[in-house]
Design a protein around this ligand. Sequence first.
Ligand code: GLA
Length: 336
Amino acid sequence: MTKHADQREIPALFNVFENDFLIGAAVNPMTLQAQKEFINTHFNSLTSENNMKFENLQPEEGRFTFEQADELMAFAKQNGKTVRGHTLVWHNQTPQWVFQNKNGGRADRQLVLDRMKDHIDTVVGRYKGQIQSWDVVNEAVTDSGDRRLRESNWQETIGDDFMEKAFEYAHLADPDAELFYNDYNESDPEKREKIYTTVKELVEKDVPIHGIGLQAHWSLHHPTLDHIRAAIERYASLGLKLHITEMDVSVFAFDDKRTDLTAMTAEMAQQQIERYHQFFECFREYSDVISSVTFWGVADNYTWLDDFPVQGRKNWPLLFDQDLQPKESFWKLVNR
Ligand code: GLA
């Protein structure tokens, strides 16, 4: 326990939920360095924000750069933290060389499969037994329209079975790791059904998949609690584990482009308290299927939402403020 500026005892966030699920944070070399103690105090699970992505781990063919991922693993080991691996196969942050042959043309299916397997063997193999769960495939499903799987280099070079291959390779590399499909807009009814069907097909083919990651990049306005519940129940009906993998609660609706604020309005702060409260009550209700809740960041002093979708605009989406002090949203979770 540490003390708040107003002398309230601050419980460790992960202790508040110790009977429910793990509480994680996405970290990067900067936050891990500057906020080591704070991270250690409040979180019992860690995800690398960027340093386990393909482009960071294998920028050129056969040249693996593990330094920063290794540092995170060492910190986790020292402090007894669980690690979620993020992420092996994704259409973003993957270098072009993966999909090119030696003449600069498009690589064929076999070459890309070989590279996928080699990457997964090397990365998952390196941390075998140390990473409890991996996001094996990230964001393969479209948000809207007739297509179910998005067009991506993976899908176009390998074909629609690229997902099952990724899961098979990951399972071979570490048979004890829990393997997840992870996506955003996961609570949107249209996309939910696409994710459900995609994962259901994998389960029916006996592909080694163990869970679905709900990214939970949410806001004060979206999605509704009913849609979140429906998504949890639908995914859980597949008999898989669920993780909340990238949670934040933006104070702006996605299409709100305002740039005039230097702090949350009182109304936003109030809504955020209420939203976080409802979300966690809901997670608790489903804690038999939800085993981990990870925030996409540590505190409001650094969040990817400071630049997205409006470049340079500050956002305040987490439970701790810019001085690493608990926000009222935190207290409401503690004193429920
Ligand atoms: C997606 C990815 C994350 C991260 C966020 C934005 O949700 O899964 O790795 O890149 O976008 O920061």
